[in-house]
Design a protein around this ligand. Structure first.
Ligand SMILES: *Cc1c(COP(=O)(O)O)cnc(C)c1O
Length: 597
């Protein structure tokens, strides 16, 4: 017998084959379902289903109204679907023809690719950044007159990362700008964990179509129910493609009961978020790098023991999802967050697997901690200038860069207010500390962050930093007050690249050279001495006290010559840093790769 041939686009497809058996009874940390189940009220409501409910076609008006209320949109702006999977199919069938171009950040949820293949649409992939953050600029660059749809999974599966609202709006606007006419399809399957939705934009932009589901936070994956949210014209077009009774009566009953017990879901979401951060820290303790997540799962990089871990966990009845074949996720496993008890069980199993593993097989991520001033931030025209101007104000004498550098090189003056007071004293004047501090802050911060702080520039290039985040865990340990540190990090767009930032407030009186700041940083990153966890950690600083601090904390001290000091002073500083423990000294922090090799 010879079978008939499928249409050409289908013949060319590979089958997407998620498991449809053998998962029941196991600890399911592989498919991002709710691992503790739906509200008991849902089960009660399902028990009440009667014969008429089953013998008649399902009715939707009541549930649509209830759902619209929950989502705070109009009845006419939503439609129910058989899971988000059907929503993906229907929306893409509505807006895409064979040969049409789709811009798709990758890796992402596989069903978009599947439906694109069936339609015969062309997918332009844009890779996520190395730190798994959303590649906004690249996505925008790739949208042009040929683009018919942009796929945004927000937050994304499998990376766990979200799209910033301003980036999302830029994309929506580019997709509807002159000559461009593209649907922006936003999959919000993890909306409840992230808390932000594009649904309040559907009346402002005519090209947004949003998908949500009851499979994840609500714990109803088995009933297959989701929805589409868009403006009412789009909903009316999409409804033509949708089969009229695709959502069954039991699902309708269940969702009604679930929406009547939102508290239950809210509690679950809160618990998941806490457990997620706890699990990240525990894995960090074992030297396993994880990525930030706004969902109910995380991505963890197990290095060379990735296969071993996923196999052994399976033997123990714990299912996790290997994502090693995806770009950017080499050696990575996706883990669904469960209850505290479930997470604890997972952690204990992983600990015992690691103990048994050949020791050298675990590639521990290195930790790079940075001092801020003079290392990441060029402060020659901010802090240094504030020192100079404050001293000149009180002494009436000209202060040279050299005078400042000399005191810095003595050590012990990590706090610039203390240093300024000392400098004034050496010029023959005694001024009260608080007066010095007030004048200094007035010059440095200005009225509203419009003082010398605006002169600060990033020294270490953002591109280099971004590359480093993929391979290392990055952190900051600075003597700056938190708001001044955050201002710089945000202003230079590098805040998200650091796992932690320890500031003045975190250590109180115990400023450098007390090692407390470095110790807290290592703890926050989850890098305490853990299971088989001797690892390399570096501290980059430009002062004697930085080197002393690193030595005391057991980190590798690396000296950095700050920008803006003359070459003679630079030579002197280099010698001093070496004499105080620096393993080597970088004349330019941008050559950082040299010491890491
Ligand atoms: C789980 C998931 C879906 C599918 O949801 P269903 O409603 O169960 O079909 C869709 N998109 C993403 C991103 C998901 O993770």
């Amino acid at each position: 017998m010879k079978s008939i041939k499928a249409k050409r686009t289908v013949q060319k497809m590979r089958k997407y084959d998620p498991p449809t058996s053998s998962r029941k009874g196991k600890l399911r940390m592989d498919f991002n379902e709710n691992t503790s189940g739906c509200s008991p009220k849902v089960i009660e409501a399902l028990r009440e289903i009667n014969m008429e409910d089953l013998s008649s076609y399902p009715e939707y008006s009541e549930i649509r109204k209830k759902l619209a209320d929950y989502l705070n949109v109009d009845f006419s702006e939503i439609v129910l679907t058989n899971g988000a999977d059907e929503a993906i199919n229907v929306v893409m069938q509505t807006y895409l023809d064979k040969g049409d171009e789709i811009v798709m950040p990758t890796p992402t949820f596989v069903m978009f690719e599947v439906v694109a293949s069936i339609i015969g649409a062309k997918v332009k992939q844009v890779l996520y950044n190395d730190d798994l953050s959303f590649p906004a600029e690249e996505v925008i660059k790739n949208i042009d007159e040929n683009t018919k749809a942009v796929i945004l999974v927000n937050p994304n599966n499998p990376t766990g990362t979200a799209i910033r609202n301003d980036d999302l709006i830029k994309i929506v606007e580019k997709a509807s700008s002159n000559g461009v006419n593209a649907a922006v399809i936003i999959d919000e399957a993890y909306y409840q964990f992230y808390g932000k939705s594009a649904k309040n934009l559907i009346r402002r932009y005519g090209n947004i179509v949003i998908l949500q589901t009851f499979s994840k936070a609500f714990g109803l994956a088995g009933l297959r129910i989701g929805c589409i949210i868009s403006n009412k014209d789009c909903i009316s077009e999409i409804s033509k493609v949708l089969s009229p009774y695709s959502v069954n009566a039991a699902a309708v009953t269940a969702v009604k009961a679930a929406l009547d017990d939102i508290d239950y879901v809210d509690r679950y979401i809160l618990e998941v978020k806490q457990n997620r951060e706890w699990l990240r820290k525990e894995l960090g303790n074992m030297g396993i790098k994880t990525f930030p997540s706004d969902t109910n799962f995380i991505v963890a990089d197990f290095g060379s023991i990735c296969d071993l871990v996923s196999e052994e966990l399976k033997q123990k009845g714990i299912l996790v999802r290997k994502r090693t074949e995806y770009p950017k996720l080499k050696n990575c496993i996706r883990i669904t967050i469960g209850t505290k008890k479930q997470c604890l069980q997972l952690v204990n199993e992983i600990k015992s697997i690691i103990k048994k593993a050949p020791t050298r097989s675990l590639v521990l991520p290195k930790v790079l901690l940075f001092d801020m001033d003079g290392v990441l931030a060029d402060v020659s025209r901010s802090y240094r200038k504030a020192i100079k101007m404050t001293s000149e104000y009180f002494t009436g004498q000209e202060i040279k860069d050299k005078n400042i550098q000399e005191i810095k090189q003595e050590g012990g003056f990590n706090n610039d207010w203390v240093l300024t007071k000392e400098l004034i004293k050496r010029k023959g004047k005694e001024v009260e500390f608080n007066k010095v501090k007030t004048k200094f802050q007035e010059l440095y911060l200005g009225k509203n962050y419009d003082g010398l702080i605006l002169n600060e520039k990033l020294v270490l290039s953002k591109n280099i930093l971004k590359k480093l985040t993929g391979q290392y865990i990055l952190g900051i340990v600075t003597g700056r007050p938190r708001d001044e540190a955050e201002f710089f990090l945000k202003n230079s767009g590098i805040k998200d690249l650091f796992s932690t930032a320890i500031c003045k407030e975190d250590v109180g009186e115990k400023e450098k050279p007390d090692p407390l700041g470095l110790v807290i940083a290592m703890e926050r990153i989850g890098m305490k001495e853990g299971v088989g966890s001797i690892r390399d950690a570096y501290y980059f600083g430009d002062a004697i006290d930085d080197m002393k601090t690193a030595v005391k904390a057991g980190l590798i001290p690396i000296g950095v010559i700050p920008p803006g000091i003359d070459s003679n002073d630079g030579k002197v500083l280099k010698t001093i840093l070496i004499n105080n423990g620096a393993k080597c000294v970088l004349e330019d922090i941008n050559n950082i790769q040299e010491v890491l090799r």
